[in-house]
Design a protein around this ligand. Structure first.
Ligand code: GUN
Length: 281
């Protein structure tokens, strides 16, 4: 029977660390980290996420702003807004909440954010840094997964890690972070033989967005299972990408959904924003 990984508790610890360092930064350099979140239009999930990000930023002692343009904003207007934030010395972190309306090219906007202020770690320069093994802001969700592994004493070095999902936001950066930590990494997608790949894994990270795609019986006994999935079911409940009840009988550690990886994303955003502020002279 697996031990549950308490993401809420670890996220609270990360925020407490950031808060303590923020106080030190204020005392020593008179510097207050500033985070601006740009939320375009009225996507209901984005509204919940952005509220959480603002609340966390205030709690750790940052200045935080939300800019909320109408969904009819043009791409050029949004690019001008990003440019203004790029030039604002009080803003150390800029986060453009995704998804953006269809008439806007999200890649264009992400690439317009100054890489030093890209606290999402999505800018091609920062994706390149991760790929090259150089320091830089890391995408918050996989960064949070690495912290969870550390917290449960799971050092990926020499282990077989299977990442299910290859998105630019989670799967790909996750694979690169595990590789940088010396795991032997396999990235799975819709053409993979999932059952066979998962059965070999000492670490499974599921990030596909399909409820209970990963069956409990596939899990290697003693594996560490990290479920990034957050699938809203018709009854309103959240379900992960892993068949939790069966998987927890075989795993050594497993994240619940909710309360596992979810809270870590915002906590690591705070860490990235603090580091962005510290890097300014
Ligand atoms: N939408 C869903 N997750 C994220 C995230 O981590 N960052 C941004 N900017 N938008 C998102």
């Amino acid at each position: 029977m697996a031990q549950l990984i308490d993401g809420k508790a670890v996220a609270a610890r990360v925020r407490a660390e950031v808060k303590a360092e923020t106080e030190k930064l204020k005392a020593e350099r008179g510097l207050v980290p500033g985070l601006t979140v740009v939320r375009v239009g009225e996507d209901p999930a984005s509204k919940i996420y952005v509220t959480g990000k603002k609340k966390a930023a205030e709690e750790v002692g940052f200045n935080s702003w939300e800019v909320h343009p109408d969904e009819k904003i043009t791409q050029d207007e949004l690019l001008s807004l990003v440019d203004k934030l790029n030039k604002d010395p009080a803003v150390h972190g800029i986060l453009v909440q995704l998804p953006l309306p269809k008439h806007i090219d999200a890649e264009r906007i992400i690439s317009a954010v100054k890489p030093e202020k890209d606290v999402d770690g999505f800018h091609p320069v920062n994706a390149g840094k991760l790929s090259l093994g150089k320091p830089g802001p890391r995408p918050c969700t996989p960064f949070g997964v690495m912290r969870l592994l550390e917290e449960v004493g799971c050092n990926p070095s020499g282990k077989r890690a299977v990442v299910v999902g290859r998105s630019n936001i989670v799967g790909k950066p996750m694979a690169l972070m595990l590789l940088a930590a010396d795991a032997t990494v396999t990235v799975c997608h819709r053409k993979s033989n999932l059952a066979a790949e998962v059965a070999n894994a000492d670490i499974v990270v599921a990030a596909v967005g399909v409820p209970e795609l990963i069956k409990g019986e596939w899990i290697k006994p003693g594996a560490v299972v990290i479920d990034v999935g957050m699938n809203r079911m018709p009854d309103g409940k959240l379900k992960g990408d892993v068949e939790f009840a069966a998987a927890k009988e075989r795993a050594s550690f497993i994240t619940p959904v909710p309360g596992g990886v979810g809270p870590m994303t915002i906590a690591m955003l705070m860490r990235n924003t603090l580091e962005a502020a510290k890097a300014t002279s």
